[in-house]
Write a protein that binds this ligand. Structure first.
Ligand code: G3I
Length: 369
């Protein structure tokens, strides 16, 4: 049984309120170090959660992470399912359960997300006799953002304001986004769709104390990276954005760690924070629809090596003040979105803990160096 390496000397990143168990200090299971404690001098370690995983994975989360994000509970279809802007239009129950769990353990909370082309209820895009007009849609967006930021004020420290506005290969604006279709024109910022500029303006006006992020996947390199850089630069020039979320839905086949480092440095050069916001390493190549009956040992070994290399880059970039957070999209292989993508019901094993919440080699490679 490996023994934990001596905890890294660290300076407490934040003050934990009296009577609250500091994040990462809940007794991790015997001999297993706390990732949050090991990384406290670098950045918060986060995980995406659902209300049910607060129960099924609660001990592991309390021992291992210092930040949470709602995997789905803060998305429009979950938190604002009914038309209108009155209290009956919203349902904060699940999101508040996640925020309460985090705050009772001194954890931070990332907000995800305010604008996305997915998981938005149909009423948002409907008008009197057909699609909503741009004015109607932007008015609903402003009400939604103002309500959420008011509700979570001082409890959520940053928001993924706009999520995945760029098309996959071309790096152009998504054509499958009703936001782009209905409210993509007329921005004051050259080359920025109106709904993106307005979403950040509304969020900034609603709560100037919260950090505002643009969040996307596949922006480490190529056309999407270039386009994301120009979007963030334009928004930063108007004081509207504070950070970039590089999602990190990667695999054991890539991207190369040095590609990730270059992307972090590129976005940081714009004067904004950079975070990895949805990290997981699939055992399948992107788009591979084959099925593994169980996790192949060679792929798990490759996964452990990849996590070691990525976390080396993360530590080095954090030491240069270019990376301020790493959030996993889950914490253990018993709950991952990749069990339904790209093949519904196909098992994947992308995280640091196995389906029984035992640390994998990947955990030891990330937690000890
Ligand atoms: O809530 C319904 C439930 O009532 C119903 O019984 C059930 C039937 O399948 O579906 C439930 O909704 C599911 C929802 O997750 C909540 O569990 C949707 O079908 C399912 O599609 C949805 O998947 C989420 C996906 O976003 C939606 O695109 C994943 O859990 C979530 O991990 C994933 O997260 C996204 C990030 O927000 C943005 N970046 C990419 C990442 C992975 O796609």
């Amino acid at each position: 049984m490996r023994t934990a390496s001596p905890a890294q000397p660290f300076t407490p990143a934040g003050v934990t309120p009296a009577g609250v168990t500091p994040p990462g200090s809940a007794a991790p299971s015997l001999g297993v170090p706390s990732l949050a404690a090991q990384y406290q001098r670098y950045f918060p370690i986060g995980a995406a959660v659902e209300p049910e995983t607060l129960d099924s994975q609660g001990d592991l989360l309390a021992a291992q992470v210092s930040s949470l994000v709602a995997e789905n509970a803060m998305k429009w279809e979950m938190i604002h399912p009914r038309a209108g802007n009155g209290p009956d239009s919203y349902d904060f129950t699940d999101a508040d359960a996640i925020v309460d769990f985090a705050r009772a353990r001194g954890m931070k909370v990332r907000g995800h997300n305010l604008v996305w082309h997915k998981q938005v209820p149909g009423w948002v895009f409907k008008g009197q006799d057909g699609p909503a007009t741009q004015t109607e849609l932007l008015s609903r967006l402003q009400a939604h953002i103002s309500s959420l930021l008011a509700h979570f004020r001082d409890r959520v420290y940053c928001w993924d304001v706009v999520n995945e506005a760029l098309a996959e290969r071309t790096g152009q604006w998504r054509t499958d986004s009703p936001w782009q279709r209905i409210a993509g024109s007329g921005s004051a910022a050259p080359g920025i769709p109106a709904y993106i500029e307005k979403a950040f303006e509304y969020a900034r006006a609603a709560d100037p104390t919260v950090r505002l992020f643009y969040n996307d996947y596949g922006i480490e390199t190529g056309a999407k990276h270039e386009k994301a850089m120009s979007v963030v630069q334009a928004l930063a020039g108007k004081g509207l954005v504070d950070g970039v979320g590089i999602q990190g839905h990667w695999s054991v086949f890539g991207p190369e760690p040095e590609t990730v480092r270059r992307a972090i440095r590129g976005f940081a050069s714009l004067g904004v924070e950079v975070q990895v916001t949805e990290l997981d390493l699939s055992l399948y190549r992107w788009g591979d629809t084959s099925v593994l009956p169980e996790p192949r040992p060679d792929l798990l070994a490759e996964q452990a090596g990849r996590y070691a290399s990525y976390f080396r880059v993360f530590r080095e970039e954090a030491e240069a003040y270019r990376l301020t957070g790493v959030t996993f999209w889950g914490i253990a292989d018993d709950h991952t979105w990749l069990d339904d993508f790209p093949v519904k019901g196909r098992k994947d094993w992308p995280l640091l803990f196995d389906i029984h919440h035992r640390p994998k080699d990947a955990f030891w490679k990330a937690a000890q160096w």
